[in-house]
Ligand binder design. Structure first.
Ligand SMILES: [Zn+2]
Ligand SMILES: [Zn+2]
Length: 241
């Protein structure tokens, strides 16, 4: 785990034949009010917890887990992590929260073929991704988390309930799988995804001033060039129309 800036720590995903999402730890340590953003792939819970302990962060100070969205590579080890921090609340956008609460795993797996493959590979039982959600996010919330101001944005298109976290003072964006470094964007062929909705979400993100881009996978970027997200939208425009 590495420190990105004051109050934001980065745990790099350990990809297998399926990617493992990065985890971000958000909040000033002195606040004793820390949030995890995302969990990761099945079997990666212990690695994520050990990474947090390695930074001398007390697990008791982790108050919540905020999911950017509930694809398997982000939620796969949520249960493992919650076993270590059972007091932590689970925050998910309302649309995907309702899927989790009724045990509907179509968003988690994204497509039927992938579901049967993963259930075999990881010995996953039906109902593995049924969760109660403590806070259902709508988008538009302005929250103080760990002594820092964060805004929640609903940015559907990669999945129906994708959210971003944005910290205006330091221009930090945590967009889940909606936009990555190197002009990449999230796929838009899975359950609940939609190309033109993704384009609208990217266009809204392009209005933000972003210096630090902390995506769900691949590189993080600390000095994002101005206009980067709009340039990305323009490159992908023909595929998102
Ligand atoms: Zn995803
Ligand atoms: Zn992902």
């Amino acid at each position: 785990m590495t420190k990105v800036t004051e109050g934001v720590y980065f745990i790099q995903g350990q990809d297998e034949f399926i990617p493992d999402s990065h985890v971000y730890v958000v909040g000033e340590p002195a606040s004793e009010d820390l949030s995890l953003v995302d969990a990761g792939l099945m079997g990666k819970g212990d690695y994520k917890i050990q990474s947090i302990l390695g930074m001398d962060i007390s697990l008791e100070h982790i108050r919540r887990i905020i999911m950017t969205h509930t694809h398997l590579d982000h939620i796969g080890c949520l249960r493992e992590i919650r076993e270590r921090i059972p007091w932590a609340e689970l925050w998910v956008h309302q649309i995907e929260a309702e899927y989790l609460e009724r045990g509907d795993d179509r968003t988690v797996y994204g497509m039927e073929m992938f579901k049967s493959m993963c259930q075999q590979q990881y010995d996953l039982k039906p109902g593995s991704f049924s969760f109660q959600v403590d806070k259902k996010l709508q988008g538009g919330e302005k929250l103080t988390l760990g002594g820092m101001d964060w805004e929640i944005l609903h940015i559907p298109g990669h999945s129906a309930g994708s959210i971003a976290l944005y910290h205006p003072p330091k221009k930090i964006l945590i967009p889940g799988d909606v936009v990555y470094a190197d002009y990449s964007i999230g796929r838009f062929d899975l359950h609940g995804a939609d190309a033109s909705t993704l384009k609208d979400s990217l266009t809204r993100l392009a209005d933000l001033e972003v210096d630090i881009l902390l995506p769900g996978h691949n590189r993080i970027v600390k000095n994002l060039p101005p206009g980067y997200i709009m340039d990305t939208v323009n490159q992908w425009g023909p595929y998102l129309a």
